[in-house]
Design a protein around this ligand. Structure first.
Ligand SMILES: C[S@@+](CC[C@H](N)C(=O)[O-])C[C@H]1O[C@@H](n2cnc3c(N)ncnc32)[C@H](O)[C@@H]1O
Length: 261
């Protein structure tokens, strides 16, 4: 999936608050027992919404991402170029742009579903420092009955009639952790780094999907996309009464992963 066209709007569309992002970084540093001078690698660093908060810490941070426009947004977040921050364009499904045995924390947020799991496991072991290395994956968890989840589930089931089912993120995470443990890693218990309330309407989900080039990570013809969203709109109208009905729910940001060394 290509994020180049989403770079400018990514944070407003999927945004986490500044306090949440700072909290995620603090929790990740504590979980990985990061010390001054340690090396952190972020896979799929994106616009640096989270990654930028590693910059003020006494660590070396390398963030890489497939999308140059996303990294350009990241650079805009840094007031001046920071000596301890390196941003590199690179494909996580190929050889990672990181030296062997150097990373103490390998962090990835909201990106795992876009990656090849075998490559993540293999490259994480290659770049992990021999004495101390942790892999942490961050995901936003929504309540099952949140309006966003219900809209997404229905959209995916409408889509599944014609294309493949959207990939399930939590299932992928479980698979990744299993592969790491099979290769000798130990599990770190999941931690909620932040929780917050959101108020969403069904119309917001519909509009955000109408404005995107693809649905559920799949590139679709404009005709098929319109068809799915039109049928979703009819379903939502019946389900929620009206499309502008504000519905409150809780979201959390969960960090989980493994200790490699
Ligand atoms: C949903 S965004 C998450 C960005 C950031 N980690 C965050 O949580 O704000 C996914 C990011 O993964 C990047 N990405 C997708 N496939 C990738 C790949 N094969 N290698 C590296 N980055 C990739 C995208 O360009 C995008 O910036």
């Amino acid at each position: 999936m290509n994020f180049d066209d989403q770079a400018k709007t990514f944070e407003t569309r999927t945004g986490l608050s500044e306090t949440t992002c700072q909290g995620i970084v603090k929790t990740a540093l504590a979980l990985a027992k990061i010390q001054p001078g340690d090396r952190i690698v972020e896979v799929g660093a994106g616009t640096g919404q989270i990654g930028q908060w590693f910059a003020p810490e006494s660590v070396h941070y390398l963030g890489f991402d497939l999308s140059a426009p996303m990294l350009e947004e990241f650079r805009q977040h840094l007031d001046t170029p920071q000596e301890n921050v390196h941003l590199v364009q690179g494909d996580a499904n190929q050889h990672w742009p990181v030296e062997d045995s150097t990373a103490n924390l390998i962090f990835s947020s909201r990106t795992l579903h876009l990656l090849n799991l075998e490559q993540v496991v293999q490259e994480s072991w290659r770049i992990a420092q021999a004495e101390r290395a942790v892999v942490l994956m961050g995901t936003v968890q929504r309540q099952k009955n949140s309006v966003k989840n219900q809209m997404r589930d229905k959209m995916q089931s409408l889509l599944a009639q014609k294309t493949l089912q959207g990939r399930q993120k939590n299932q992928l995470l479980r698979q990744l952790i299993e592969r790491f443990t099979q290769s000798g890693a130990s599990v770190i218990e999941p931690v909620i780094a932040s929780r917050w309330k959101v108020v969403n309407t069904p119309r917001q989900s519909l509009e955000s999907w109408r404005g995107k080039a693809n649905l559920a990570g799949m590139e679709l013809s404009e005709e098929l996309k319109q068809d799915v969203l039109d049928r979703l709109e009819i379903w939502a109208q019946e389900k929620f009464g009206e499309l502008d009905q504000p519905i409150e729910s809780e979201e959390t940001y969960r960090l989980q992963g493994v200790r490699l060394n």
